[in-house]
Write a protein that binds this ligand. Structure first.
Ligand SMILES: [Zn+2]
Length: 424
């Protein structure tokens, strides 16, 4: 069988299985696919479908087989329910265990993701134990483990791997410094950082690696599908090919983008999961790299983040990648927010040192390149992320990089920065 024939065969199997879920019973026809192109005859599953079908409409298995429940609520507050069987969990954690970070029974892994209802902490927890390692469950949303406590655990328990969202790794370094530790030298057992939960740009990876002097390995997934990609030893994201079929589609969600272009990630679970998802539009933008990875696992992927989390100014898209590319040559780049007012780009960055500044020449170069008006303001340390109360620092929900126009205006007004001046 060719690769395509094998793929079509496994898709036909999962489609027949998915039809046992109430939601898919009428959406999937009885005719088998004869080619990958036939998959397009099945309608896209949207996040709204998941909300409407929760908690039981997507369940394709007997209740007796269920082992774990997860939920995501997003901005609408209407929850999405995802059920996992013990077999699902094992398949996912076995795949996570193949990560290039290569955990062993010598590892002590501090997991700093939320545990309540979300998936990554539980899956990683299980994967570490699958590899024989020891887990320190230091939930990121509980008052039991505020940042100073995490620094204490990192230092006292000879933690070898820290797992958290990328920005949290930067915040923990700030907290370590505030407590008198040097992140580079005072955690000699730390050998790697595993990230997940937000797009890891190459700039942020470099920044975290520079701050902690250890390599960073990324994971990509979401509550709905679990983990779908992990970094190989070359620090490139690879899809769990046997578990997922993906399509990278244009904004019409019909036609594929050209190879190497950024598009909408649509994912189909290939295993008989308790909650199968057929052509699920994840809302994330992804890019398949044109060059194969040195590790031998084929083409790696780049996750560009959520489509709604970007700014559009005169047909120019500013997503986290673009904005962190702008920030990367600056001396202050750890904590930032961006937004637009009157089709002009505003980038507000916390100062790291009193001497930090942004040259007008650099802003001019950027304006010429992007053909947009750009304002970069350096704010006092602590403006965006308050460090005055160590127990509260970094304990909020996911970080926000994009402000609304009103939020931006309020922040600028509070800092006494006039909108109409070009002064930076
Ligand atoms: Zn690779």
């Amino acid at each position: 069988m060719t690769n395509e024939e094998e793929k079509v065969e496994s898709l036909n199997q999962v489609l027949a299985y998915a039809k046992t879920a109430p939601f898919y019973s009428n959406r999937i026809g009885n005719n088998k696919l004869t080619s990958l192109a036939d998959l397009k005859t099945i309608p896209i599953t949207t996040k709204q479908d998941l909300r409407e079908q929760s908690p039981y409409g997507l369940l394709a298995t007997d209740n007796s087989l269920l082992a774990q429940y997860h939920e995501s609520s997003g901005t609408t507050g209407q929850p999405v329910s995802i059920w996992y069987s013990a077999k699902d969990l094992k398949e996912i954690t076995d795949q996570i265990a193949t990560s290039g970070v290569t955990m062993t029974n010598q590892d002590v892994v501090l997991i700093r993701f939320p545990y309540a209802l979300s998936t990554i902490s539980h899956f990683l927890h299980e994967a570490v134990q699958t590899c024989g390692g020891c887990v320190i469950p230091a939930d990121s949303r509980t008052t039991i483990t505020p940042m100073p406590k995490v620094i204490d655990l990192l230092s006292r328990l000879r933690v070898t791997v820290l797992a958290c969202i990328p920005l949290q790794a930067i915040m923990l370094a700030e907290m370590a410094t505030l407590l008198g530790f040097d992140p580079r030298t005072d955690f000699p057992n730390l050998r790697a950082i595993c990230t997940a939960g937000e797009p890891l740009t190459p700039y942020k990876r470099d920044l975290i690696e520079e701050i902690w002097e250890v390599p960073v390995f990324d994971n990509y997934g979401m509550t709905e599908i679990g983990t779908a990609m992990v970094d190989c030893q070359e620090q490139q994201l690879h899809l769990f090919e046997e578990m997922f079929h993906i399509e990278i589609l244009k904004d019409d969600l019909q036609n594929e983008v050209k190879d190497g272009e950024v598009g909408n990630l649509v994912i189909t679970t290939l295993r008989n999961r308790a909650t199968p998802l057929i052509r699920y539009a994840t809302g994330d933008l992804v890019q398949r790299k044109e060059k194969k990875c040195l590790c031998g696992k084929g083409h790696p992927y780049v996750i560009r983040g959520r489509k709604e989390e970007s700014l559009l100014i005169q047909d120019q898209i500013f997503d986290i990648y673009e904005l962190e590319a702008i920030l990367s040559p600056l001396t202050a780049k750890r904590f930032w927010v961006a937004g637009t007012i009157d089709d002009q780009l505003y980038l507000l960055i916390e100062k790291e040192n009193d001497s930090d500044q942004v040259s007008n020449e650099y802003i001019k170069v950027l304006e010429d390149y992007y053909k947009v008006n750009l304002f970069i303001y350096l704010l006092d340390k602590g403006t965006l992320y308050d460090r005055s109360e160590p127990l509260a620092f970094g304990m909020k929900a996911k970080p926000r990089y994009f402000l609304t126009g009103t939020e931006l205006k309020n922040l600028l007004a509070e800092r006494g920065i006039l909108d109409d001046s070009k002064e930076r």
